[in-house]
Design a protein around this ligand. Sequence first.
Ligand code: ATR
Length: 292
Amino acid sequence: MVKGSTKVCMILGYPLKHSRSPLMHNAAFAVLGLDYIYIPVEIRPGGLASMVKAIREQENFGGANITVPYKVEVREYLDGWSKEAERIGAVNTLSRRGGKLWGENTDGRGFLTSLREEAGFLPQGKRVMLLGAGGAARAVAQSLVQEGAEKIYLVNRTAEKARQLTSSLSGRAESGSVMPMGFADPPFGDALQGCHLLINSTSVGLGRDDPPLFDYHLLPSMLLVYDLIYDPPLTPLLRAAQERGCAVLNGLGMLVHQGALSFEIWTGRRAPVEAMREAVQARDNLLDMPVR
Ligand code: ATR
């Protein structure tokens, strides 16, 4: 029940019609009996600055998530952000700390938690191939560097963007090497054969008729394949990987764990992760996909 005393959390982005975050966070507040509500706030292009200004005036502000396309821009309007958000170059979580608006980024840690808890996978010393070089790739690549992956192949349709992402990753000198490449580059096949983990962070697979990113017959069977997409729950890449005997995970775990970390920042309470997962799965009876 929303009352006068209820704290208001929100997600700021555009568009938000398909966001599952309100379902997930409202379920979590209900489970713990917290006097909070979480609402979607669609901000038209150009409107973020005045929205953040309004938040500064909001007495009952509970916290916010920031999503596409505002994760980079939002920093301009904040009083500060965490080292992790600095490394990733983007903010996905806002909170008020002693009167200041503070930014954090829970995407990388959410991804790592999902890998660890759902597949028992730790990146340290592992060889990883990451497809895509957009905003999502950046958080994932930075967290893999941080965790000490031995080798990270950054593969992108536009090879120049893979090169840019590689040179902007911080801490890569201390960790293993990061190598940018295009899908058609000759080393692609050999690199894939030697990997422990393949991650898709491109948008390919969101559409039913999307052509494959590469020839999926090249997938080695001992690979863990992680697709950041969760709708559909089984993309053509994951389906092909499953048929070849690979372990597969979709992006639902990352969604839940980045949300759980944001929830903990806002409420100081341990997030009810399983209730959050159930809430996002229940929406249209998504299949649960155990790792094989
Ligand atoms: P996000 O924030 O979700 O990462 P993004 O920044 O728009 O989204 O990035 C989309 C990624 O999907 C990019 O790596 C893009 O490749 P380009 O840099 O070459 O554009 C990739 N992508 C989109 N459509 C693609 C396609 N048909 N084939 C291969 N990669 C594609």
